[in-house]
Ligand binder design. Structure first.
Ligand code: PLP
Length: 443
């Protein structure tokens, strides 16, 4: 008679190829540990539901990425700097952002709120010297915030329906003002300009700043595809060229970065992602011939965490080799390559512990494990991105020795479980929060 598998067996079978076990383990008693923490002890101390953030996982993965990227850059002879920005939209809680910043990531922001958080961290003395901030997200000039078209007749009290402009003004004005203010205060801050945003920053009397330009980009592999590509973000290539000319003619701005992001928070096959980024590399090289101030190619996010089954080494090798070949063919320097990673940095470091009632179909479940969506992973991000890779993980029992039965009740109903998950979408939580590049290599 065959012995039913334990949860531990099941998790190992189903998820063993993931590198969860770099930081998780079951002890001889069958209790689950996250690094030095026996999870049941935290539950006894604080109860459930419980959120656990282990910033040492951020530190560990950062060291591993740095060593991998630097090693491959050396191997292929890539001469451009490698810059690292943490996209705080992945998790803006200060325990995560500060962990990222202290181990060398600089900041990517998507709204004024991110800048408030950075200022707060700075006031607490928690930002490293020479910290850099790159600002995505909308920053239209106020005069461009048109009133909404006449609303269709509504029975709702108009007081409850303030014009769109108010909302936009509050959000945009603060972001633009904060960028200008921090630039005046001497922060290394680089706005990445979307369509129509130049007027917010260019002009005599405005601070001198380096700016990036965001290309309307995505999973495209040819200029032809790029031309027809539809996205809410970025400027068409023709518009971007025009904006680059205007930046060059402005008294205070310097065009230093092309932002071309294939995808975020989704797993894109290595070959497809690299082919698309090499198209961005060709656009970069072409622009560089016109604009010698251009230094940096920002690829955005889209790289799964190191714990995921993804060939990170192959990605880096193909991309760096390809970018180097393009630069040589076009007779331009190799671009600084900027990684603007969110989920990569923090997805593995957040855990939820909660009680499940198997009798009601809640975890624990037996084979096959179901990747859970119960914690709101499908929330939208403020900039329209979707949380994606690393979002779904099996529930793990805090005690790994339970027998797993296929039918009927499973485990004991009062049992506590830990779900590995992508950290909560930041904007749901007020006021906690905060990414970077290295000398020689931009860390
Ligand atoms: C502009 C930008 N950069 C970076 C990221 C981070 O992407 P990921 O979580 O895949 O690393 C996002 C995510 O939405 C984004 O919108």
């Amino acid at each position: 008679m065959s012995v039913p598998p334990t949860y531990r067996d099941r998790v190992r079978d189903e998820w063993g190829r993931l590198r969860l076990w770099d930081y998780l383990r079951y002890d001889e008693q069958g209790d689950l540990w996250i690094n030095q923490l026996r999870v049941i002890d935290a539950v006894r101390a604080y109860g459930t539901p419980l959120e656990i953030a282990d910033s040492t996982i951020v530190e560990r993965r950062t060291r591993e990425w740095r060593s991998l990227a630097e090693g491959i850059a050396r191997e292929v002879g890539y001469e451009g700097r490698l810059n690292c920005l943490y996209a705080a939209k992945a998790n803006m809680a200060s325990e995560s952002t500060h962990a990222a910043y202290r181990c060398g990531w600089h900041a990517e922001t998507s709204a004024g709120q991110d800048l408030r958080h950075l200022e707060w961290l700075d006031e607490q003395g928690l930002l490293p010297a020479d910290f850099r901030v790159v600002c995505n997200g909308f920053k239209l000039p106020i005069e461009r915030l048109e009133p909404a078209p006449a609303a269709t007749p509504s029975v709702t009290d108009p007081e409850l329906l303030p014009p769109e402009t108010h909302r936009h003004r509050r959000r945009n004005a603060h972001y633009v003002d904060a960028i200008l203010r921090l630039a005046r205060q001497g922060w290394r801050i680089t706005p990445v300009l979307d369509a129509g945003e130049l007027a917010s920053f260019a002009g005599a009397g405005r601070p001198e700043m380096e700016v990036g330009l965001r290309l309307k980009f995505g999973k495209v592999h040819s200029l032809w595809e790029l031309e027809g590509h539809v996205s809410r973000f970025g400027q068409s290539l023709d518009d971007l060229r025009r904006t680059a000319e205007q930046v060059a003619a402005s008294p205070n701005l310097t065009f230093t970065m092309l932002h071309a992001m294939t995808g975020a928070a989704e797993t894109i096959a290595v070959e497809s992602l690299v082919d698309s980024l090499l198209l961005a590399g060709r656009v970069w090289a072409d622009l560089r011939q016109e604009h010698p101030s251009l230094r940096e190619l920002n690829m955005g996010g889209g790289i799964p965490p190191l714990g995921e089954p993804y060939d990170h080494a192959a990605f880096l090798r193909r991309l760096l080799t390809g970018l180097k070949a393009i630069a040589e063919a076009e007779d331009v320097p190799q671009p600084e390559l900027t990684f603007e990673f969110g989920s990569f940095v923090v997805a593995e470091s957040g855990f939820h512990v909660f009680k499940g009632d198997p009798a009601q179909g809640q975890p624990p479940r037996c084979g096959p494990f179901r990747a859970g969506r119960s914690l709101g992973h499908h929330r939208r991000r403020p900039d329209g991105g979707h949380p994606g890779h690393a979002a779904h993980r099996p529930p793990l029992p805090l005690s790994g020795g339970d027998r797993c039965q296929r039918a009927g009740r499973t485990g004991d109903t009062g049992r506590r479980h830990l779900r590995l998950r992508r950290p909560l979408s930041p904007r749901r939580f007020p006021c906690r929060q905060r990414g970077l590049a290295a000398p020689g290599r931009g860390w």
